[in-house]
Write a protein that binds this ligand. Sequence first.
Ligand code: CDP
Ligand code: MG
Length: 681
Amino acid sequence: MSMVAAFANHIPGKKRYNPSNNNLKSPHNKQSGKRRKHEVQLPITPCEERIVSELKTNDVLVIVGETASGKTTQIPQYIYNAGLLAEGKCIAVTQPRRVATISLGRRVANEMGTKVGQLVGYCVRFEDKTSKDTRIKFLTDGMLLREAISKKNLKKYGVIILDEAHERTVNTDVLFGLLKKIQSQRVKTPLKLIIMSATLNADHFSKFFDSAKVLYIQGRQFPIKTLYSKVTQKDYAHASLVTALQIHQEMPPEGDILVFLTGQEEIEHGHKLLTECNACLPALVPKIAVFCLFGALPTSQQVGVFSRPPPGHRKIILSTNIAETSLTIRGLKYVVDSCRVKQKAFNPKVGMESLQVMPISKAQARQRQGRSGREGPGICYRMLTEAEYDALAEVETPEIQRCRLSTVILNLVNLGINNVFEFQWIDKPPEQTISSAVTDLVALDAMTGSRELELTPLGKSMAAFPLSPHYSKMIIKSRELSCSADMITLVALLSVDSIFYNPQNKSDITTAVRQKFYNRTSDHVTLVRVYKSAEENNFNPDWCQRHYLNLRALQTAANVRKQLKQICKKIGVPLITSKKWEENICSSLLFGLLDNVAVRQPDSTYVSLSNRQQAKLHPSSVLCQLPPESAPQMVVYDEMVLTSANYLRTCSVVEEGWYQRLVSAKGQDIGSSGVELGGAS
Ligand code: CDP
Ligand code: MG
């Protein structure tokens, strides 16, 4: 790292924007008054000149600043207004999450006084709100990756900002390597890169870009007291809830409490428990208003989190790690950190991805702690002893080292990177994970070779879809069974958050109201049936609510479907359906998911034929409603999830003859897997 600048120290603290000495050259000067109105109070404001001048002299900048300091919304405007962009070039700002991308696009368009899609736009998977006038473009990291594939060297961009780099999503990690390569190739039209991060581990980014300059933005952080558990907590979730309740009763009534838990189930359980406690609180203690925050929560229920609590109440928010960096919640004073997170893990030996509850890293813990000190001094309670905390890893393992890489490798080979083992990874994934992805893609007939890889024509078509190659193969091949029109619906549904909203303890009701959609042998067909009904009902919100369906997810799926339709048209996949679509779609699943077939065992569990892992049908599967004597012998599953036990999620019954045919066409023998077939009958 060449230099560390404690930014705000170098610039007089009282400096404020003065419209009369503004010498901005951008065509957008007139609007800047509007922009400044928002900006004046942000921690980044005093850093504008410095950022602009550093960007003039450096090709790569790493900028570190806490969440809400103004990095994402202001820096693109600084660059644009300073006239740093060459004629016709744009600024790209990547985001890991689609929702954040859209909201930032709207926000910055509003600050600059333009409509979304004109000067400022956004582009997420399945939705493009940009035009030829767009100069500041917010897009997901996945979209920029796709642009890199279709438009060589990303010539359109003069500046690319990799935002939220600390999250280390797979796509951002691949972009690191790719952009470094592209930057070195763009001699005539130079490309500037900015890496932005909300946590302090910037050295790693700087080193990757040959000791790029790092700039720190001084945030607004009040002192925070941190308290550790005196003893090891076996039940971290329970301990977190008890602590929250204690804070509520013992601390002055001002200041809300944010509790970090790991998932929906834990959070809903906590919601119920704490809400019930209201009845037992002493008369003088205020009531508590409990709010949940997790990815699958319908938007309508998320709003409470951001509003003031009702009078005479203290707010307690139970959240997954989504409240760690990306959201701003006002009024917090206390953070209760379970110090756990539910995270993807990949075991390349068995080729299985799973979700596991793991300890967080110190960087994450600090991030969570920071949420309590934004508006005044805060207190953070960690559900670990100090010694346990000291033993935590400094930073979390990047996602690229703990997930399946089939999609990434397909994309890289499509980009002409034939030796994926030698790609410039910022952190190299395990060799075995890369090999496992190559094997997977060769088995899907997407590519040939072992080290010098090449895509087959089928592989090229598969790469046209922003999907896992298993899904794109299902779409392309389903035309052979005349159900491609239904398959794109299914894949759209599998690509979004669950369309089923399953509140705790209501499974009887939800099962009853959804009964009419059920296809007794297939969750996949059931999903498509729900979609078709929702479409017939014009995605009516009341109708969705009555059936416990997540409207937002359904609408997103509709949008995804539309885009898949366009891609099919572009690459010449006709969209067909027939009366036998339900049967055919089940058969077509095996075109992509031949490795996801499991057979029933005498103890009524299932064993996957490819990785020999044992698992149960997920209780939400329609197949669980079959009487034991008609339990299916062979099922295909969308995913195997590991929670308290292994579960097969989203399943359909497989016809054995069809499976055998596809397997022998591949030259494999089902008997060689050594798993007992059909043992339960
Ligand atoms: O990128 P960073 O986290 O440093 O900050 P930002 O996203 O630029 O946010 C600056 C300010 O704008 C914060 O006070 C945010 O709460 C606010 N903001 C907002 O109100 N709506 C958005 N969609 C984005 C930011
Ligand atoms: Mg940001």
